[in-house]
Every structure is written in structure tokens, then in C-alpha cells.
Design a protein around this ligand. Structure first.
Ligand SMILES: [Zn+2]
Length: 139
């Protein structure tokens, strides 16, 4: 997901929720993104409105709405990478509702705990959609 800090200190505006890309490798336990596709999305978004990488979204087909232990390991790698410069990141998990006829979005802010445990905290966040754009439409 790409975007930028919004009006308040505790909010992020997501401007692009990119797909996995045509060369992504998917299986029931995870996926490897199409890095070229992701970089092109990021370059386009940055040039358009200064959007930067703010977090990740993905589906949980069996319906678990909170980040999995594998998700948290991935987020830890991102948060601990000094080149990325994350102090926290946003996670959105999409789950099916009524099959995949409808979906539910669960938002999380992932950050290191303030204690000495070294754990990550996944704090539930509200998602306020501003507009929906159909795939293939010009935003
Ligand atoms: Zn997950």
C-alpha cells in the first residue's frame, strides 16, 4: 500500500493498494510479490502525488482477521530494515464475507511495543474509505 500521512498525526491516507503483479507466486500459505510490478506502482505513485510505502494488504481466505504469526515475522523484517525507515506500518487484511460476494477489511497499525519485550504490537485501526475505484478504471 502506498500513501502518505493524512491530516492527523495518527492517520494515513492510502492512495494505492496494488495487486500482486503478473509474475507473483502465490500459494495457500503466502505469496512472493512481483517486485518489478511493485516498484513500478511505487514510482508512479511517488511521481503523481508523493505517495510512499505505508504498509501491506493481503487476503486471509479462511477468515482470520488479525495478522498471523508469519505476517508479524514479515512486518518485523520490514520494521527492522534501516533502509526502509519505518517506525510503524499499516496492515489491511481482507477476509471473505458471504463467500467472496462481499469482503471485510481489518486495519492494523504495527509497531514495536514500548516495553523491553521487543515484541510487535498490532493495534486495531479504523478504516474510512474515501472512494472506490474499479479495476482498470482511470483513478
Ligand atoms: Zn496474513
Amino acid at each position: 500500500m502506498l500513501g502518505h500521512d493524512a491530516t492527523g498525526p495518527r492517520s494515513v491516507q492510502v492512495t494505492v493498494a496494488g495487486g500482486p503483479g503478473p509474475a507473483a507466486q502465490r500459494n495457500p500459505l503466502g505469496f512472493l510479490r512481483d517486485l518489478r510490478h511493485a516498484l513500478e506502482l511505487a514510482d508512479d505513485a511517488y511521481m503523481r502525488d508523493g505517495s510512499v510505502w505505508v504498509g501491506e494488504w493481503h487476503t486471509h481466505p479462511v477468515g482470520q482477521q488479525h495478522p498471523s504469526s508469519q505476517d508479524m515475522r514479515t512486518y518485523r523484517l520490514l520494521l527492522e530494515d534501516p533502509e526502509l525507515g519505518f517506525s510503524e506500518l499499516v496492515s489491511v487484511i481482507v477476509t471473505p464475507a458471504d463467500g467472496w460476494t462481499c469482503t471485510e477489511l481489518s486495519g492494523w497499525v504495527i509497531r514495536p511495543s514500548t516495553g523491553r519485550s521487543g515484541r510487535l504490537v498490532a493495534a486495531a485501526a479504523n478504516i474510512l474509505p474515501s472512494r472506490l475505484i474499479a479495476p482498470g478504471s482511470d483513478p
